[in-house]
Design a protein around this ligand. Sequence first.
Ligand code: G6P
Ligand code: MG
Length: 215
Amino acid sequence: MQIRAIIFDLDGVLTDTAHYHFQAWQALAHDLSIPFTEQDNEQLKGVDRLGSLRWILQKVGRTLSEAEETRLMQQKNEHYLKLIEHMGTKDLFPGVQSLFTELKQLNIKIGLASASKNAGMVVERLGIAAQFDFIADANYVKNSKPDPEVFLLAAKGLGVTPEYCIGVEDAVAGIEAINRAGMRAIGIGDKELLSDALIVYPSIDALNLADLQAL
Ligand code: G6P
Ligand code: MG
């Protein structure tokens, strides 16, 4: 295929924030006396803040008032922000900078499609914000992954139609969003889990542009 843009998820693809999201959700679930395992967390990767909270609550058939939901989301986010306080350029996954440099040389646009409202701040901390040609995140979309909205917004912002875009994701919901957007999906992580991706690499470091061009 001719690749004109690659649109990256953030958490778990470019840096290890996925682990901090897990820790913060697990602490909140613990406070609510709801069991929450790493396996549960797989379902939440790529899902936005409210969707994640509701998913945890539904495990025990609980629903809460909007005010209570807001309070709990704030609690989780404050914890998450504390966990990522120390983050900086050292936390960018190996291989990302060289990949971005290669994409720039090839004139392939670089986009971000994140379900996180903290995405802008995190890419600033990672020192890569200025390298994105367009950033789409949860502040600008209504529907969370697996809805394709955030990927479609990124493609639109980049001025590239979906057929020329590749999406890169570590989440089951994210791979579905990319596929529904009409883009080609590349997974980062577990092959079995991300079985709807065309290629799955164990980490972004292993991503090979020639493989993608051969798709
Ligand atoms: C992501 C992560 C999720 C996280 C969600 C919302 O894409 O994969 O684990 O819960 O964004 O993040 P936020 O920073 O807005 O709470
Ligand atoms: Mg992710």
